[in-house]
Design a protein around this ligand. Structure first.
Ligand code: FES
Length: 172
C-alpha cells in the first residue's frame, strides 16, 4: 500500500473483504479480538471467496487492528484454511483410522509426489487441490480417495497415476 492516509487504507481494506466481514469487524471494534473471533472472521472470508488471499489477510489485520503475523499464523496453523484458490478438481485423502491403518499415508505421499504439491495446496495449472479429510463413511472401501464427489477405493499407491490420468488426459 502506498499511502499513509488511514481513510484510504481503510477503504482499500474494506473493498478487499466481503461486506458482512467488514460489518462484523466494525461491530466488534474496540473490544479485544480473541483468537476465536479471528477464526470466525477468517471462516467468513473463506466461505465467501473460497480461500484467504494475502490481500484479504492484510485487510483483516488492518481493520481489526490485529498484527498481520497473528492473522497469517492462525491461517496457516489450521489446516481448514486455504491460502490458495481451489483447483478445478478437489482430491481428498481420507486419513481416518480405517484408511490410515490400510496405508492412506502412503497414498497421500504418492499424490504429493505426483502432483508436486503438499496437502492444502493447488497445482500450478489450477487443475487439482489436495486435502486430507476424516472418515468419509466408506470404511469398507478403505483406503479411500475422493475426487470431487466420487469415492475411489480401495486405492493402492500404484493406482494414483491412473486416477489422475482420468482428469489430465481430457483436460477435464
Ligand atoms: S476411515 Fe476412511 S472412510 Fe472411514
Amino acid at each position: 500500500m502506498t499511502t499513509d492516509n488511514w481513510k484510504e487504507i481503510k477503504a482499500a481494506c474494506e473493498a478487499a473483504l466481503p461486506a458482512d466481514v467488514v460489518a462484523f469487524i466494525a461491530k466488534h471494534q474496540g473490544t479485544e479480538h480473541s483468537e476465536s473471533r479471528l477464526i470466525a472472521i477468517l471462516h467468513m472470508v473463506q466461505a465467501a471467496t473460497g480461500y484467504l488471499s494475502k490481500e484479504q489477510m492484510n485487510a483483516v489485520a488492518q481493520l481489526a487492528q490485529i498484527p498481520l503475523a497473528k492473522v497469517t499464523g492462525v491461517a496457516t496453523f489450521y489446516h481448514y484454511f486455504r491460502l490458495q484458490p481451489r483447483g478445478k478438481h478437489m482430491i481428498n485423502v481420507c486419513l481416518g483410522t480405517a484408511c490410515y491403518v490400510k496405508g492412506a499415508d502412503k497414498i497421500g505421499q504418492r499424490l504429493m509426489s505426483d502432483l508436486g504439491i503438499q496437502f492444502g495446496e493447488t497445482t500450478k495449472d489450477g487443475l487439482f487441490s489436495l486435502e486430507s479429510t476424516r472418515c468419509l463413511g466408506t470404511c469398507g472401501l478403505a483406503p479411500v480417495v475422493m475426487v470431487d464427489e466420487q469415492v475411489h477405493g480401495p486405492v493402492a499407491p500404484g493406482d494414483v497415476a491412473a486416477i489422475l490420468n482420468k482428469f489430465t488426459k481430457n483436460g477435464q
